[in-house]
Design a protein around this ligand. Structure first.
Ligand code: ADP
Length: 642
């Protein structure tokens, strides 16, 4: 209806209607009939709508103490508004007003605000007033008769000790907050037992001074243990400076900051945020509205609980219930609530918290979240470190072993060289002994034939010729032995073994004569062999010389040298009638340095074995048929397959 009335008053609308009527007079009746039927239909529609709606909308005023955005009340006001909308079964028109004069304490300045409200609600009275905070409550109680004598009121978010109960009207409900400051102090000292200084921060508005007095009274029993500092008479900027340099074991008790001593008004959460940014001590507050903005925590009210109780009372009043029927006891502190981030920041263990405490904003550490994974990774790392250490150790051990092994090989090689050098010297010494003896003997003979009484030039020439041959043979022996020790391939030529035997017997002819040895030479027609002439001569010579030596102390002295062949091998046997080989030594006589002679070198037979084996043959000893021993060696014939 209101919108229709407004339309009729629009000048344009009226002008158009007049023009239409002037231009079409004959249609007047028909237009009037149409308009009448339209109005009839509209009336029916509205009547139906009114019957369908449960009731008309309700007008509720939220009267704030300082403004809409002042903490702690703003947090409650927002929650009350949301709860009202949720619980009410009628459309609600919630109107916010703020009692600005509360900032300065001006009861005498109520006038303009009263006039404003009177003018605003003269024709459209309010269905309910909800006051937020003590100044708003006190204003309503002061000015009620002038303004809203019959409107029900819910006095909300007001500390119990600030309610003027004698002035609570019959249709009013109080939702008061009961602050158990004693339990608050005890909780604070429980979580931080080393606390010595409490810095109480609040503003300078009349209400904030009342709060300060509440804390003074509640803190009095703790004054033996705590030193209180009151910061209600300082500009907030100065308070911030001091909060940044507090001594150890200090805590800040934050009541709120609406108007500071410099008259500066602090809306919203700006003041607590600034304080939190600079404070070097933990901040405590029993006002739940500051929870989550840096305060450690403790016992405090539940904003949702208080708001719900307020909204329920408001809705029941709006529904027409009597205030006396609505039970609204003072709201006590809920279970202690703590901010997990602040506990962590100030190193407060959970074990210090009062029983049934709630921890909010708890952000578990990476260790708490991923303990198993971290432990698994650490274990894997440890295993890896262990493996790597073991591998490094093993590598070093092997490296050391290799070095030791190389050193040992080098040492062995060195020892081997020394041994080889020693063996070489011994072999040369042994082998050239015979030619040297021959040279000496023949040189003596030559000297004898040069004497004037026995002068025989031919014999001298013969002796010298033999000396030259012995010298050459000595040279050949040295070369042969060196070649053998150098492992050089021996010079292999086709040889007649019988020829070698004859040469050797010619060489030792003098020794045989001097030793009175008769010899029995039996040489078969044997095939040729491939070999080193000098070396094989040495073999036969060594065996013959050993045989002569073995017969020195026995009689008869017979040396038998035979050569035979089975076609594939040529065998040579050197048999004597000497002392024979002790059976105990039979396995050792071919070993280097084994000798039974006082001036022996133990090289002869070992050289023989080396030479024979190098030629692909073998050598052995056996007792002779009658007395003495028989040394035999056999070599493959030149035509025998290699
Ligand atoms: P050496 O003659 O310097 O002792 P050999 O190697 O030639 O070195 O001989 C080793 C040992 O073999 C001799 O000391 C000796 O005991 C024994 N022996 C060698 N030939 C005979 C032999 N014909 N009769 C008895 N013993 C022998």
């Amino acid at each position: 209806m209101r919108s229709a009335a407004r339309a009729e008053h629009r000048p344009g609308f009226r002008h158009k209607a007049r023009l239409r009527n002037a231009m079409r007079p004959r249609r007047r009746m028909r237009v009037a009939a149409t308009l009448l039927s339209f109005l009839l239909a509209l009336t029916c529609l509205l009547a139906f709508a009114c019957e369908a709606a449960p009731a008309g909308h309700k007008r509720v005023m939220l009267l704030h103490s300082f403004g809409r955005d002042f903490t702690p009340w703003s947090k409650y006001a927002g929650a009350i508004r949301a709860e009202l909308s949720r619980l009410a079964s009628w459309p609600l028109d919630i109107i916010d007003h703020a009692l600005v004069t509360a900032r300065f304490g001006g009861e005498t300045r109520d006038g303009p605000f009263i006039a404003y409200l009177q003018a605003t609600y003269a024709d459209d009275p309010l269905d309910l007033i909800v006051t937020i905070g003590p100044p708003a409550a006190q204003f309503v109680q002061r000015q009620r008769l002038k303004l809203f004598p019959t409107t029900p009121v819910v006095f909300a978010v007001i500390d119990e000790n600030q309610v003027t109960y004698v002035e609570v009207a019959a249709n009013d409900v109080v939702v008061a907050l009961r602050n158990d400051l004693n339990s608050f102090f005890e909780s604070m000292l429980r979580v931080l037992p080393e606390t010595k200084n409490v810095i109480v921060i609040t503003g300078s508005s009349p209400l904030e001074r009342i709060w300060l007095e509440d804390i003074r009274r509640a803190g009095a029993p703790f004054e033996r243990r705590l030193v209180f500092t009151w910061h209600d008479d300082l500009p907030f900027e100065e308070i911030l400076k001091r909060a940044a340099a507090l001594p150890p074991h200090s805590v800040i008790l934050w009541c709120g900051m609406v108007v500071d001593a410099a008259g500066i008004v602090h809306e919203g959460d700006t003041a607590i945020d600034k304080l939190y940014a600079v404070a070097n001590a933990p901040i405590f507050s029993y006002r739940a509205a500051f929870f989550g903005r840096g305060i450690v925590g403790g016992p405090m009210h539940s904003i949702s609980g208080v708001s719900q109780q307020t909204a329920v009372a408001a809705v029941r009043l709006l529904a027409g219930e009597k205030a006396a029927d609505i039970q609204s006891p003072a709201v006590e502190f809920g279970p202690p609530k703590f901010d997990g981030r602040e506990l962590k920041r100030w190193g407060i263990p959970e074990s210090r918290l009062p029983p049934e405490s709630e921890i909010h904003f708890y952000s578990p550490s990476a260790w708490e979240l991923y303990r198993l994974q971290i432990m698994g990774i650490c274990a894997a790392l440890l295993v890896q470190v262990g493996l790597i250490s073991w591998l490094v150790h093993e590598h070093q051990r092997r490296h050391l072993a290799e070095i030791q092994s190389r050193n040992a090989i080098a040492e062995l090689t060195y020892m081997d060289r020394i041994a080889t050098a020693g063996e070489l010297s011994a072999s040369i010494a042994h082998e050239i002994n015979q030619p040297l003896t021959g040279i000496t003997t023949r040189a003596s003979a030559a000297l004898h034939w040069l004497a004037p009484e026995t002068l025989d030039v031919e014999k001298v020439r013969a002796a010298l010729t033999q000396i030259v041959a012995a010298g050459e043979r000595a040279g050949d022996i040295v070369s042969g032995v060196r070649a053998m020790f150098k492992n050089e391939p021996a010079e292999r030529t086709r040889l007649d073994i019988n020829q070698l035997i004859r040469t050797v017997l010619e060489i030792v002819r003098v020794e045989l004569q001097n030793s009175n040895v008769t010899f029995d030479l039996k040489l078969d027609d044997v095939p040729g062999i491939l070999g080193d002439r000098v070396q094989l001569q040495q073999v036969i010579l060594n065996l013959v010389m050993n045989a002569i030596e073995s017969m020195k102390s026995v009689q008869p002295r017979v040396l038998r040298v035979h050569s035979t062949s089975d076609g594939a091998h040529v065998r040579v046997s050197v048999e004597d009638t000497g002392t024979g080989v002790d059976p105990a030594n039979i396995d050792r006589i071919f070993k280097t340095l084994f000798t039974t002679k006082s001036r022996g070198m133990g090289m002869g037979l070992s050289i023989c074995r080396s030479i024979v084996e190098n030629h692909g043959g073998r050598i052995w000893v056996s007792p002779a048929a009658r007395a003495g021993s028989m040394f035999q060696f056999e070599l493959p014939t030149a035509s025998a397959p290699r």
